[in-house]
Design a protein around this ligand. Sequence first.
Ligand code: HEM
Length: 427
Amino acid sequence: MSLPPGPRMPRALQALGWTNRALPWLERCRERYGDAFTLRIRHWGDWVLLADPDDVKRIFVAGDKVGVALANPLLGPLLGPSSMMLSEEPDHMRRRRIVLPAFHGEAIANDAATITAVARREVAAWPAGEPFALWPRMQVLTLEVVMRVVFGERADEPRLDPLRRHLTELTGWLNQPRNIAALSFLGPEWVRHSPAYHRAMRPVEDEALAEVRRRRAEPIPDRLDVVSMLIAARREDGSPLGEEELRDELVTLLSDGPTSTSLAWAFERLLRNPETLARARAEIADDEGDAYLDAVVKETLRLRPPVPVVVRRLLEPMRIAGRDLPAGTIVAPCIHLLHRDPRYYPDPLRFRPERFLETPPGTYTWIPFGGGTRRCIAAPYAQLEMKRVLREVLAAVDLKPVDTRGERVSKAAISFSPGEKGLVMVG
Ligand code: HEM
């Protein structure tokens, strides 16, 4: 049983390729080896990249025949072993069910007004006539929104300000270019042993757990937030979750990076496509629903998916890409390659939201949130959040790009972000 072909460079050089030029490298590999190829990157093991929707479907419908693998070596130390993202079945599903209600149905409808209010407050603080980077502003905004999901009405209380501050410092530390490079070359053990990482991480853990302890002593709120759901949850044997489990789940949710990156990209693309921007503005001005903004969000996530691959470990042998792959193989449905394949997206490099007004996204060709039982828990929530923020910002200010050239895609700690951090000006 052999893996599909792939680059023969030493693992260290493949790590360099992934760190410096991940996306063009993936494209070159597909041109050379086809829709399935194997990368051998130091600290990752061997990964079989999949860019054919039929293969991707096989993985996403495989249920418990596939298990956890890490898409990013940082996630192990950051999220912790009992995070739902890193748990195997049946623990994964149990954990997922606890917090799922916070991101679906009624909860989304309730949070729409909150997201609007947070966005309005954020835009009002932007400077006029001077360049500023939008990505950090979107990080502040999405942190405020997720704080409300996790801590509910208590999120506004000053007792949570230290947690906000430490989370922002942690994100800043993780996204420093030298730390991103060190992680790629030295692996997750470097993070585990880095005193600077622990100095940034420990206050986040301490503040999150301090809040859990305070909350255990307070009455349960009328509208359940994530902390109350986690505190109320019971294991099979009736015991509550321990502090380690609570820490891991809270950090998993609070360290959301992809939403801020995707918002920064949405503005970056809109500001360089004036006709699209005008059509989005017209929809907002005429109060005509949000079909076009919805398409803008989908097209942004197609062309600039913040996460380029998702990964799984085969728990049983499986026939994929015409080969019998052994149990233990790591397979990686490749979001980036599927999303820019001209067979599914004509003129794939063009930012054209209209394509999603003409044809709805395919289950296995539009996968910015992954798929199957591990699909992003917040997929509908994140899209609503993006639409609400786009609406508020575009209605309130006239943004202009500082440089009309598009920003390059740059590798950040958790997602792929705009190289200039989304440099704009309020005109
Ligand atoms: C545009 C925004 C977002 C994108 C593109 C995104 C993308 C992803 C992707 C690709 C995965 C892995 C899915 C897989 O392996 O099949 C994932 C998982 C996950 N995401 Fe998101 N995400 C976004 C926003 C969020 C937000 C706002 C939250 C919560 C605050 C969140 C929480 C999670 C969790 C908990 C998982 C693990 C689910 C599981 O293992 O069952 N994500 N996300």
